[in-house]
Design a protein. Structure first.
Lengths: 201, 390
C-alpha cells in the first residue's frame, strides 16, 4: 500500500505487470519502469508504438501456427525455404532457437504446447489437425519431430509419430553427448542413447 | 579379510561440508546464521527448538520434498510473509569453486509453488541441479520402522540412495511418475485417446528399465560393502528387490523388459482404471532386507536392530559414494541415537570419523554425544537462536 501511495497507482500497476513477466522480478521491473519514465522520448514512446503495433497486427499463421505480423508468416512465404521438409516444435521460442542455429532451411509447424493430461492439454488443444492436413501434401518428404526432451514433449512426439505413420518419413532430433562434456560425468541413459545412435566417422 | 577397504586417511575422498548455513523465516526460525568447520555438527536443545528444522533446511538442497516430506509451503514460519530462504556455503564439491554459495527459496507469493534454486550465484532451472554437485543422505525417526511398514516408503529410501549416487536417477523417477500419473488421469476420464495412452506407456517403459537397473546395481554395490559394515560393528544385510517387471528385466534384459511392460500396461488399462493405479511396473517393486547376523527378515528384528541395519546401509552408501564420486556425502541423522545402546553409539561415532563425514545430528541432550569430544562441534538451538557450545 505504501508503495502505491509513494509512486502512484499507475506506476505500481506497471511494475507489477512487468514483474509478472518471465525472467523479470520486482526489482528488475522497478528499474525498467524507472528507466521508461525518465526517458520518455527515447524509450517509453517507441515501446508504446511497438506494443500497439504488435497488438493490432499480430496474427497466427494459418499454415504453421507461428506468430507474425504477416499472413502467411515470413518463413511460410519465403520461396527459398524448402517445402519438402517440416520441423515440428512446441512453441515459438523453439522455432527461434532453431533459427538461431541457422542449420535448418525447411518450414516449421508450431504446435502451441505439448500433450499434458495433468494440465488438461489434449490433442484438440494443439495445432495437430492442421499438421495432419499439411502432412497429406505429396511434396512433403520428411517431418522432423523437434519437441522437447521432457516427458510431455516425448509423449507428444510419440503420439504424432503414430498419427503420421504412412504419410512422410518421420524423424526426431538425435540425443547424445553434448559438446564439451566428459563421458565420465554423463548420465547412463544419455550415454546409452548416444551409443545406440552412433554413426560412422 | 582386508576390511580397511580403500581409505587410509591419505586416500580418503574429499568430504563435502557446509561452512555456513543461513535461514530466513524457515519453521520456527525468523533469522538464523551459523558457521561451522568440517567436523560433525551436533545440535542439542529442547523439543520444539528447531533442531530438526535445521536438518530439514539442509535437506532442501536436494530435489523433492525435504526430510519431513512436507510441501515447501509448510516450511514457512507462522507469522512470516509466507516464503522462506535457506542459504549455505558448500566446501569440497568436485569441479566447483570452494566455497560454493548455495541457495533455495520459496517466494512469498502463494501462487508460486516451485522453489528457486541458486548455485554459485547463478539461478538453476530446478532443485534437480543440486544433485549434480552434492550428495545428501538422511534418516529420521519416522524411518525407524521402515522395514516393517510401507513398501512405498522403503522404495523411496532406496531411490534416494540411488539418486545420491546417480544424479540422473531422480529425474528419471520423476519422468516415470509423471507419465504414470498422466496415464491414470486419461484412464479415469471419459473415452481415453488410445494413441495418447500408447505414447505415455511408451514413456513409462523407456524409463522403467533404467530405473530398475540402477536400483539393482545399487543393491549389488551395497552388498559388496557389507564387509566394511561388519567392521564398523553394525549388522550386515542381504537385500532383495522383487517384482514382475524386475524378474523379466533380470532374465531378458532391458529392451525385452520394456516391451513386456508396454504390452502389460496396454492389456491392463481397464483393470488399472478400475483399481485407480497402475498395477504393474517398477513402482510396484518390493524392496526388503534380511538381518544377516540373526538370519531373520529385517521386519521381524527388534527396533534397535532395525535402526542399526538402516544406519549400516547408510554408512555403506557413504563409503560407496566416496569411492565412486570421490566425495563423501553430507549425512543428516535426526534423533539417530534413539534405540542405540552405548556400544552402537560409539560404533556410529567411530565410523563417522573414519569416513571423514560432516554428519549433522540432533538430540535433546549433549551427554550421549560426549564420546565425540573435540572431534565434533556442538551447538545449542532455540527458535531463531543458535549458540556454539564447543
Amino acid at each position: 500500500m505504501a508503495e502505491s501511495a509513494e509512486r502512484g497507482a499507475e506506476i505500481a500497476r506497471l511494475i507489477s505487470l512487468l514483474a509478472a513477466l518471465p525472467g523479470l522480478g520486482p526489482r528488475s521491473a522497478r528499474r525498467a519502469v524507472l528507466h521508461l519514465i525518465t526517458r520518455r522520448e527515447e524509450s517509453l514512446k517507441p515501446l508504446i508504438t511497438a506494443l500497439t503495433r504488435l497488438d493490432t497486427e499480430m496474427r497466427q499463421c494459418p499454415q504453421c501456427g507461428a506468430i507474425d505480423i504477416r499472413v502467411p508468416c515470413r518463413i511460410c512465404a519465403d520461396p527459398r525455404r524448402s517445402g519438402e521438409i517440416l520441423c515440428v516444435v512446441e512453441h515459438m521460442g523453439d522455432l527461434w532457437a532453431l533459427e538461431r542455429a541457422e542449420a535448418f532451411r525447411g518450414r516449421y509447424h508450431v504446435l502451441g504446447g505439448a500433450l499434458c493430461a495433468l494440465d488438461g492439454i489434449g490433442p484438440e488443444d494443439l495445432n495437430i489437425a492442421s499438421l495432419l492436413e499439411r502432412a497429406r501434401n505429396p511434396e512433403l518428404r520428411e517431418i522432423i519431430l523437434a519437441t522437447n526432451a521432457t516427458v510431455d514433449g516425448q509423449t507428444t512426439a510419440h503420439y504424432l509419430a503414430e498419427k503420421l505413420s504412412g504419410m512422410a518419413t518421420v524423424s526426431r532430433l538425435a540425443r547424445g553427448v553434448p559438446i564439451g562434456s566428459e563421458l565420465d560425468y554423463m548420465d547412463d541413459g544419455t550415454l546409452a542413447d548416444a551409443l545406440r545412435q552412433r554413426r560412422p566417422f | 579379510m582386508a576390511v580397511s577397504l580403500s581409505f587410509s586417511p591419505s586416500s580418503r575422498p574429499d568430504p563435502l561440508w557446509l561452512g555456513r548455513l543461513g535461514l530466513w523465516d524457515f519453521r520456527p526460525h525468523a533469522r538464523l546464521e551459523m558457521r561451522m568447520d568440517q567436523r560433525p555438527v551436533i545440535l542439542n536443545g529442547e523439543n520444539g527448538g528447531g533442531k530438526t528444522s535445521l536438518l530439514e533446511a539442509i535437506s532442501f538442497f536436494a530435489p523433492g520434498r525435504g526430510l519431513r516430506r512436507a510441501a515447501s509451503r509448510e516450511a514457512a514460519r507462522h507469522g512470516g510473509e509466507g516464503g522462506w530462504t535457506v542459504s549455505a556455503d558448500l566446501h569440497g564439491a568436485p569441479q566447483a569453486p570452494s566455497p560454493l554459495p548455495l541457495g533455495t527459496a520459496l517466494p512469498p507469493d502463494p501462487s508460486r509453488r516451485a522453489r528457486k534454486t541458486r548455485i554459485g550465484g547463478k539461478s538453476a532451472s530446478s532443485p534437480l541441479a543440486f544433485g549434480e554437485i552434492l550428495s545428501l543422505l538422511w534418516i529420521t525417526p519416522s524411518m525407524d520402522r521402515l522395514f516393517a511398514e510401507g513398501a512405498k516408503a522403503r522404495l523411496r529410501f532406496l531411490d534416494r540412495l540411488a539418486a545420491a549416487l546417480h544424479p540422473d536417477h531422480a529425474a528419471r523417477a520423476a519422468s516415470y511418475e509423471r507419465a504414470k500419473r498422466q496415464r491414470q488421469r486419461l484412464l479415469e476420464g471419459r473415452a481415453p485417446d488410445k494413441d495418447w495412452l500408447d505414447a505415455l506407456e511408451d514413456r513409462m517403459a523407456e524409463e522403467a528399465a533404467q530405473l530398475a537397473r540402477t536400483r539393482a546395481s545399487l543393491l549389488e554395490d551395497l552388498t559388496r560393502r557389507m564387509a566394511f559394515v561388519r567392521e564398523t560393528g553394525f549388522p550386515t544385510a542381504r537385500f532383495s528387490l522383487e517384482g514382475d517387471f524386475e524378474k523379466i528385466l533380470a532374465a531378458e534384459g532391458g529392451d525385452k523388459a520394456a516391451l513386456w511392460l508396454k504390452e502389460r500396461l496396454r492389456h491392463q488399462r481397464r483393470l488399472d482404471a478400475h483399481l485407480r493405479r497402475a498395477s504393474v511396473g517398477p513402482h510396484r517393486a518390493r524392496f526388503s532386507a534380511c538381518h544377516l547376523p540373526s538370519g531373520t527378515p529385517a521386519a521381524l528384528a527388534s527396533s534397535g536392530e532395525q535402526k542399526a541395519l538402516l544406519l549400516g546401509i547408510l554408512l555403506a552408501a557413504a563409503l560407496l559414494m566416496g569411492e565412486r564420486k570421490k566425495e563423501a556425502p553430507l549425512l543428516l541423522l535426526d534423533e539417530a541415537l534413539v534405540h542405540l545402546d552405548k556400544e552402537r553409539r560409539e560404533a556410529l561415532f567411530r565410523a563417522m570419523i573414519t569416513l571423514g563425514l560432516q554428519v549433522w545430528m540432533t538430540g535433546t541432550d549433549a551427554e550421549p554425544f560426549a564420546f565425540l569430544g573435540a572431534k565434533a562441534q556442538f551447538f545449542s538451538v532455540a527458535p531463531g537462536a543458535i549458540r556454539r557450545v564447543s
